[in-house]
Design a protein around this ligand. Structure first.
Ligand code: ZN
Length: 317
């Protein structure tokens, strides 16, 4: 069978499925690679009634699925991995770093860590159940693991696995030399800069990682980039330059706001983004903290713990 209604045909053997659901980012791009043994699917979308219905409709039109490959262990990308395994007996592949992340999330220590982390950066109280609602996404055991710079088959084509920490420490992109296609997951998006933040005490300097991971992709000659959300990208290196510029702009902006007076991340965040309530301030605050951590590690600001809160000020040269 050659026709699957909800799929958008991108090239001879690559298809896109926009998986929609009524929360979070509201939609995610799955990519399907057609091969002799069936389709290889990359990323699933969040778990919801709507996304399951869409996949059922797609699969029930006679599609044979070879395997599922995951870019990184965020709930909107892995949400239906367990469902694919159980309902359609599809083997699931993720990086060993992604598997580690899944195991950490199952221990459910992260919400506690984030609460005290945000508090130490001056944040008001946040909702106690933050992060718990998506716990089910992590309840699956992968059938296979991959590492950095290995070959993985997506359909009939060989892709290189490229470790791109930043948006998440376990993030991978996939590159095919033959067709010059780069699957970028949440590392590079067309319309917005994916959040880069510290998500656990193991994350040290994600902004620095992210810069290096953006530079890494520029070495590949790419005609078409397939991002995890939004529009396809035909000028990947231009988009990467744009993202690097906007990160650098934000860092300068933060340096200006910090000045020589001592401020918490929360104060800096409010000055930049305005007075936001929960949950709206969560992502900007997490991003602001990551930027201040980066600026401190590059010797531009210094921090001091006062009354249980980190205070930053710029270092005058
Ligand atoms: Zn993500």
């Amino acid at each position: 069978m050659d026709h699957f209604p909800p799929l958008i045909k991108i090239s001879e053997d690559i298809y896109q499925l926009v998986v929609r659901y009524p929360f979070g980012m509201f939609e995610m791009n799955s990519f399907l690679f057609k091969g002799e043994n069936g389709f290889t699917i990359v990323d699933t979308g969040s778990e919801s009634k709507e996304s399951i219905e869409l996949w059922e409709k797609t699969v029930s039109s006679g599609m044979k699925i070879e395997k599922l490959v995951l870019t990184h262990a965020h709930p909107d990308h892995i949400g239906l991995a367990g469902w694919f395994q159980e309902t359609h007996h599809v083997p699931v592949f993720i990086s060993s770093l992604g598997y580690k992340e899944i195991n950490n999330r199952r221990k459910n220590e992260r919400p506690n860590w984030i609460h005290s982390f945000l508090k130490s950066h001056g944040s008001p109280e946040i909702h106690p159940n933050l992060g718990n609602s998506e716990a089910a996404a992590f309840e699956f055991e992968p059938d296979g693991l991959f590492e950095n710079q290995q070959s993985i088959m997506l359909g009939n084509e060989t892709y290189e696995t490229i470790w791109t920490p930043g948006h998440s420490f376990d993030h991978f992109c996939f590159y095919n030399q033959n067709q010059q296609v780069m699957l970028t997951g949440d590392h590079v998006l067309a319309g917005l800069s994916p959040i880069v933040a510290l998500w656990s005490e193991k994350d040290e300097n994600p902004i620095k990682d992210n810069y290096a991971s953006l530079e890494k992709l520029k070495a590949y000659s790419t005609k078409l980039a397939l991002p995890g959300h939004g529009e396809l990208i035909y000028d990947l290196n231009d988009r990467i330059e744009e993202m690097i510029k906007s990160h650098t702009f934000r860092l300068h902006q933060i340096l200006d706001f910090v000045g020589e007076s001592e401020k918490t991340s929360w104060q800096v965040c409010q000055e930049i983004y305005g007075a936001l309530g929960f949950p709206k301030f969560f992502a900007p605050l997490m991003a602001t903290i990551a930027r201040l951590v980066y600026l401190e590690k590059s010797g531009e600001v210094q921090s001091e713990m006062k009354n249980g809160k980190w205070h930053y000020k710029s270092i005058k040269l």
